[in-house]
Design a protein around this ligand. Structure first.
Ligand code: TZP
Ligand code: MG
Length: 206
């Protein structure tokens, strides 16, 4: 994985978008996001064959724009659709229990603070996602915010390990994340709920 891939990391599932999710994802890819994660959650989350088809379509879109395609939580799905990587949380399967498929794939892990860091096996991890930095409405159990101070502290502990910031990040506050040790910023709502997706992405790239 290239550290620069984390710069503008878009995370999305069908419940995050009011209209056509695939259209939003393609527009974001076309406009310059550098990494994409499928995070299919919630009451009406796609399942079974519909989820596989959805993931395969997104994988093809990501290939078209040469953007790494990461699947959240579901290693089986990631492997089945030929994803470029997996992102795991502290309550998901451990990074060391992944199949050999992932040996040359990108492995991301959510690590919120030093307590989670202490119990994380980082030897197999390519990057960590740290947050929520700011308040978010996209994850019910996101917990309290860590602020940019939390990012700075994490950076001092992890040394050179790539880190992406997450949670409540928008065009106003993303620079403060980069200034405090994040290699990149990730977001759901700032792009998924934007009136003009292309404009939102370009607002970060400027
Ligand atoms: N993990 C911590 S906060 C969060 C996740 C998945 C949600 C990020 O969404 P948003 O809309 O960018 O705040
Ligand atoms: Mg998870």
């Amino acid at each position: 994985m290239k550290r620069e891939d984390l710069r503008l990391y878009f995370i999305c599932g069908s419940s995050n978008v009011e209209g056509d999710t695939l259209k939003v994802i393609e527009e974001a890819l076309e406009s310059g996001v550098t990494m994409f994660q499928l995070r299919e959650k919630g009451q009406d989350a796609l399942e079974g064959k519909a989820l596989v088809n959805f993931a395969e379509t997104i994988r093809s879109l990501c290939r078209k724009y040469d953007v790494p395609f990461i699947v959240n939580d579901d290693a089986q799905l990631a492997e089945r659709v030929g994803a470029d990587g997996i992102h795991l949380g502290q309550d998901d399967q451990t990074v060391t229990s992944l199949s050999p498929y992932f040996d040359d794939k990108i492995i991301g892990l959510s690590v919120r603070d030093r307590y989670e860091l202490d119990r994380s096996e980082l030897s197999a991890v390519d990057y960590i996602g740290t947050g929520p930095v700011f308040p978010t409405h996209s994850k019910d159990d996101a917990g309290s915010t860590i602020g940019v101070e939390g990012l700075a502290e994490m950076r001092s502990r992890i040394k050179e390990l790539p880190m992406v910031a997450i949670g409540g990040i928008n065009t106003e506050n993303f620079r403060s994340c980069l200034r405090n040790g994040a290699d990149g910023v990730s977001f759901i709502s700032a792009i998924a709920e934007a009136e003009d997706v292309g404009q939102a992405v370009r607002g970060f790239l400027k």
